[in-house]
Ligand binder design. Structure first.
Ligand code: ZN
Length: 321
């Protein structure tokens, strides 16, 4: 996230294709990630619509139309793209600032239910620096949201920290916390492999209602009625559940439109809370400001992030990604 060593904006070196199925429709989807110009951010292009028309949708919170089962962007009549959060997490968590995401169906392909396939696709083509400096959204004062017993907070911080706690009334999950500075290396190693999860009873209910038709043990961790994990290979991380919730939060907060400089905390969060967090942040201009990265010394491991009269010094060790 706050990959402060990389002071320039990035995009992909070349286009890369990711093919899979949509988790809700169960139908095939082809997604093409294209390089994009500086300051264009993450933009989706829904192709294969009626009469060959295309629909462009910005990958920002203003485009969000539903957060109940997954994060959906677009327009109820014109067209939409669902389940964008794991891809958004991979792009922003891995330091891709600008990309055009072409999708030929109503959903991003779910792949294995984590961000791994998207990270592999990015690694396959690599990133290149653009000449424009990277821009961040710096949180200036604490912002808090609450929905029932779900609580989210954004606090000022010279970096990007994710501090996520889940609390399930289920002994297999229970209370789990993930609390780390989110760099591309941390995202790839500690978060990107965590799969979405659900309870067998809920999956059966969704199937009956015509949802989650592409959902299977190939793309979700499923907890059975006996509280045991149904997947024969078990978990990828001991606390895979909270790591997946962190992955979702990285993806949902990526809809801010730039990397955040903030400490994000959530308790019993989800897509709706994450979306409400961004609404609350941007509801008051005094909550945040744009800052631009500038390199003080070529190849130095020290980058100043400055804006107007203020500047923060963010010194971080060398990092591989
Ligand atoms: Zn998810």
């Amino acid at each position: 996230m706050a990959n402060l060593l990389n002071a320039k904006q990035t995009t992909l070196r070349e286009r890369v294709v990711v093919s899979g199925v949509g988790v809700h429709s169960g139908k095939p989807v082809e997604m093409i990630l294209h390089p994009a110009d500086a300051n264009t951010g993450i933009t989706f292009l829904r192709t294969n619509r009626e009469k060959g028309t295309e629909l462009e949708i910005k990958g920002t919170y203003q485009s969000v139309i539903d957060t109940r089962l997954c994060t959906i962007i677009g327009h109820p009549e014109k067209g939409m793209i669902a389940t964008i959060e794991h891809l958004m997490a991979a792009l922003v968590g891995y330091g891709v600032d600008n990309v055009l995401v072409e999708v030929d169906a109503d959903e991003v392909p779910v792949m294995d239910g984590s961000s791994r396939a998207y990270i592999d696709a990015i690694d396959q083509v690599g990133l290149k620096d653009l000449s424009a400096p990277r821009r961040y959204i710096r949180v200036l004062k604490p912002v808090r949201v609450q929905n029932g017993d779900s609580v989210g907070e954004l606090l000022p911080h010279d970096g990007t920290r994710f501090d996520v706690t889940i609390d399930f009334d289920c002994e297999t999950i229970g209370v789990q916390t993930f609390n780390e500075e989110m760099t591309p290396a941390v995202f790839k190693r500690d978060v990107s492999l965590a799969r979405t999860f659900g309870f067998m009873s809920d999956v059966e209910r969704l199937w009956a209602a015509g949802y989650a038709l592409g959902s299977s043990l190939e793309n979700s961790v499923v907890i059975g009625d006996d509280q045991k994990i149904v997947n024969p290979d078990g978990l990828r991380y001991e606390d895979e559940f909270v790591r997946h919730k962190t992955l979702d939060a990285v993806g949902d907060l990526a809809l801010a439109g730039a990397q955040l400089l903030a400490h994000f905390r959530s308790y019993k969060g989800g897509h709706k809370l994450n979306f409400n967090m961004l609404e609350a942040l941007f509801a008051d201009d005094s909550n945040w400001e744009w800052v631009e990265a500038s390199i003080t010394k070529r190849n130095a491991a020290r980058v100043d992030v400055s804006h107007a009269n203020s500047s923060i010094q963010a010194a971080m060790g060398p990092e591989t990604n």
